[in-house]
Design a protein around this ligand. Structure first.
Ligand SMILES: [Zn+2]
Length: 323
């Protein structure tokens, strides 16, 4: 099977016009709207087709989701600010070259205020915590050049406590290792320039995620799911261990999860969605860079730390900042 680029582009563009017609049934639920927009945009970026969406109306929509009370972004206008939609908003504006339109200080303050004494982060002021939010916060602050030593050190201390005997990481100290969590921890270490903290056992654990049909799972004994083509492959890319899995077999698994009508599903034959479309194609882009010097799939290169195009991330200031 070949890559159905044109179909995937149309799929994302149609999702966007369904939205503007206020017809939600083909889209995600409203509370995921800002994340969904980011997934759609990353699909188009990867396929070098960002200009298929109207740039200014996207910027206007994102800016209309600012929650003036908290300083963060909601998933939708008039929603409370949440750290996940704030990262998506910052990523989208950065990809579109529109970060200047952002009140950076308010977003930095919103993000810093969500850190708890143990180093973890809340998603919003209502107290829901999830260790993925540590990465979310570090990524926002890195993009906006708002990292600070104490915040970084507390975050790293917390993430280290989430390491398990197998060298991988769980959602909180003592919780079972999980592929998505590994991405957030390794990318956090990369943002903080502390990849020396990675356990040597981790690359084996990551490579053991590949099952017979070439797909990757998130935990031992689980079915493969195409989104792990990003969550597992990106830490391997950061650690420069891509050769530890069979990339050609994974490539075939990803292509098989495509729908003839556009979009990608978690496994072959299932219902497509924009989340799995995004993370299958960003994963395929890593494979494309690694296996094909000639850019076989005509894709843009994606930074495995930020899940954004290198064209956006190359200007980010590395930590620690030089005064
Ligand atoms: Zn999935």
């Amino acid at each position: 099977m070949t890559l159905l680029s044109k179909k995937h582009i149309d799929y994302v563009v149609n999702l966007n016009s369904e939205m503007s017609k206020q017809s939600y049934e083909h889209w995600l639920s409203e509370h995921l709207r800002m994340n969904g927009l980011y997934w759609g945009i990353m699909t188009l970026v990867t396929l070098k087709s960002l200009d298929s969406l109207p740039r200014q109306s996207i910027i206007d929509f994102v800016l209309s989701c600012v929650d003036k009370r908290s300083g963060g972004f909601g998933a939708y206008p008039q929603h409370d600010g949440h750290i996940l939609s704030t990262l998506s908003a910052v990523q989208i504006l950065s990809i579109l070259g529109a970060l200047d339109e952002l009140d950076k200080e308010s977003v930095i303050k919103f993000t810093k205020n969500l850190q708890l004494p143990n180093g973890s982060f809340q998603g919003d002021s209502f107290g829901e915590t999830d260790t993925r939010f540590v990465y979310t916060a570090l990524s926002i602050l890195s993009i906006l050049e708002g990292l600070e030593e104490e915040l970084v050190n507390k975050s790293l201390d917390y993430l280290k406590q989430c390491e398990n005997f197998d060298g991988a990481y769980g959602m909180r100290p003592g919780a079972e290792s999980h592929g998505a969590q590994v991405f957030t921890v390794i990318a956090s270490f990369a943002i903080c320039n502390r990849l020396d903290l990675v356990n040597d056992k981790l690359s084996s654990w990551l490579s053991e995620r590949q099952v017979k049909n070439g797909g990757l799972n998130g935990r031992p004994e689980k079915l493969p799911d195409v989104c792990y083509s990003w969550w597992i492959l990106s830490p391997l890319a950061i650690l420069k261990k891509l050769k530890w899995i069979d990339l050609s077999k994974l490539e075939q698994f990803i292509l098989d999860c495509q729908d003839d009508e556009g979009g990608v599903s978690d496994r072959k034959g299932n219902q497509t969605d924009v989340y799995h479309t995004c993370f299958s194609l960003t994963g395929l882009s890593i494979i494309n860079d690694e296996l094909y010097e000639g850019n076989k799939y005509d894709m843009d290169s994606i930074d495995p730390v930020y899940c954004m195009p290198y064209s956006a991330t190359k200007t980010f200031k590395p930590w620690p900042y030089k005064s």
